[in-house]
Design a protein around this ligand. Sequence first.
Ligand code: F0G
Length: 397
Amino acid sequence: MSEWLRCIACAREYDALEVRTTCECGGLLAVARSALSVGPALFDQRRASRHPIDQSGVWRFREGVLSADEATIVTHPEGSTRLYERDGVLFKHEGENPTGSFKDRGMTVAMTQAVRVGARAVACASTGNTSASLAAYAAQAGLRAIVFVPAGKIAAGKLAQTLAYGALCLAVRGDFDAAMRLVLDASKEFGIYLVNSINPFRIEGQKTIVWELLQDLDWRAPDWIVVPAGNLGNTSAFGKALVEARDAGWIDRLPRLAAIQARGANPFYRSFTESFASRHRVAAETVASAIRIGDPVSFDRAVAAIRATNGVVEDVSDEEIMTAKRDIDRMGIGCEPASAATLAGLRKLRAAGVINASEQVVCVLTGHILKDPDAVSGNVVEIDPSLDSLASVLGSI
Ligand code: F0G
């Protein structure tokens, strides 16, 4: 086996094809593999290739993701998102994935693993993006899709996608954290394959956000990578990706991670301010519904990621998030509210002198602007079909 599972708490190991969400000890599992002997030259060559799995910005890095038979890989393909530069800041737009969020990068791997272990049904709890991604990839793989969302709390675009792709959508009366607890119990009780980011194969796919942005920068590490933090899958994946890239010699130094939470959903930030001495749980409330999460499941893995990268955790108010979102929208790029936490966090960290003006920063925009159409500012102006009416609105141009 070229990969196996290892508990991050007690180091116990399991076969990669064993289906389990956590270790016997309750610790989180991570995919382990022997040292990587491939690198940038091969990845750059594949980026120019027309072969479908090379065109995936996930499977282009397959030696570091999952060694699956090509025939079993469930790929749209995904990834190969753009890196924009605006006002000296780089934005890696993961909303340009097939279902409009970064989740597709983890989902292609988790769904491939579901096929490998012979799963018939797959499930997740979700604030909307994971559910949309799961529904799309399950449809492609021909697996039954069951999603648990907090009733009345997910954005319109995400719900529409989830239903359109044909998932069974269960609205749980409670918040995301309640839906998460229920799906964890359900996966054990009914033998449904769980594809939330507690699933270590999701993390393997999401690492490629970082690997691809390093490739975009010609394998020169930026000073900072800024990411919104909810259930903490991405923060965990980014830390693992960076350490692996450094250990394999793809980059010569580690960028620092900045994980940004919404003030009303900031358990990770609270723990960070105490040097992670205790784990916090909160009743979450924020306008950024994607990260309205009070008890993140990947907490322990994310602590390791912040420590390994000398990273920081910051929190930002809903007002700061919405101001940043408006600014990203007005750049002609656009994103959903949770993604804008990155720019809001960057502004705060710069003001505090944690990030200085000369440092190169990449903000990862996690979701597409159309995911949450209700969060857009601006007014439609209704006019009569006449030049007079038009002139009264235009004033002098
Ligand atoms: N940004 C967006 C747009 C998200 O949808 C999420 C998570 C995050 C950021 C936070 O990432 O959980 O890895 O820390 N959405 C999950 C979902 C919870 O169900 O779609 P994280």
